[in-house]
Design a binder for this molecule. Structure first.
Ligand SMILES: O=C(O)CCC(=O)C(=O)O
Length: 273
């Protein structure tokens, strides 16, 4: 966690853009390319759970990511050559904002090496009662990808059946004032509970990979790939290191966002009310 990493003025500009995007969900009936919707969403009373790929929607998302304070941390953690894998803005509205079940990001997007992290930029003050991201320290160092399958299909959540080697009571919460950022390794076990407070929690997540870490899935074209370079240079010589891999196949019954993937699970850790 780094508190107050993003300057206040930039944060205010970012929030204005985010509010406009959220407002544009009025009239939307079902999940689409941009919006993932709460189960209780209606077109007239929109309830947006996620903006799916904000970096494709407004240049400000790139400007924030390339802010020198963010780049300095990226350089120190995964080097000078870094590519954006993806982005998302998870919105937990007051009282009903949905939980995210325990998972490792690595189960969704295995690469040739695991020099990959996610930045979680808090757009609101995050406290213990508005659904902070929770992480299980040290799990990224375990030589393991946990089982994220259920009834034969990928489900985007760690299968809790017969699970005895994760101590969920050791979870730490990523809290801090708006403008703070968490940086978590791609193999870290993490999740978050429903927002039961009266305060919103908007968390902007950027998935960042060392440029020589190539995805094992969904490669579209070299031009598209290189267009996501955040800093430094790209390479066509991927580096590989040993990290256990379990492919997310057969695909989830609920394809789409992590929330849609996890809708198929029959055992939950975090309660929904
Ligand atoms: O929004 C959160 O609290 C967790 C998000 C997350 O882990 C994800 O979307 O992959």
């Amino acid at each position: 966690m780094i508190e107050d990493l993003i300057p206040k003025r930039l944060l205010i500009e970012l929030r204005t853009v985010v509010n406009k995007l959220v407002d544009s969900a009025l009239g939307i009936e079902v999940h689409n390319e941009i919006f993932d919707l709460e189960r209780t969403h209606t077109p007239l009373e929109p309830r947006v759970r996620r903006i799916k790929t904000p970096h494709k929607l407004d240049e400000i998302f790139w400007r924030v990511l390339r802010h020198s304070s963010v780049l300095n941390v990226l350089h120190s953690l995964i080097g000078n050559n870094v590519r954006l894998h993806g982005s998302k803005l998870n919105i937990k509205a007051p009282r009903y904002g949905a939980p995210v079940e325990w998972h490792q990001d690595w189960a969704f997007y295995p690469h040739t090496n695991d020099d990959i992290l996610a930045i979680g930029l808090m757009l609101d003050d995050v406290e213990d009662d508005n659904g902070p991201m929770l992480a299980i320290p040290g799990t990224h160092k375990r030589p393991k990808v946990w089982d994220h399958h259920m009834n034969g299909n990928f489900c985007g959540a760690i299968n809790l059946d017969n699970l005895s080697d994760i101590d969920f009571s050791s979870a730490v919460s990523c809290t801090g004032p708006a403008g703070s950022c968490s940086f978590h390794h791609v193999r870290l076990v993490h999740g978050s509970a429903q927002n039961r407070s009266n305060n919103p929690r908007h968390l902007l997540l950027y998935e960042c990979a060392a440029a020589d870490s190539w995805p094992l899935l969904n490669f579209k074209s070299l031009d598209e790939f290189d267009s996501r370079l955040i800093c430094g240079n790209s390479t066509i010589s991927p580096r590989s290191n040993y990290a256990p891999i379990r492919m997310p196949y057969p695909p989830a019954v609920g394809q789409g966002s992590i929330y849609e993937n996890q809708s198929a699970i029959d055992k939950r850790y975090f309660e929904i009310s």
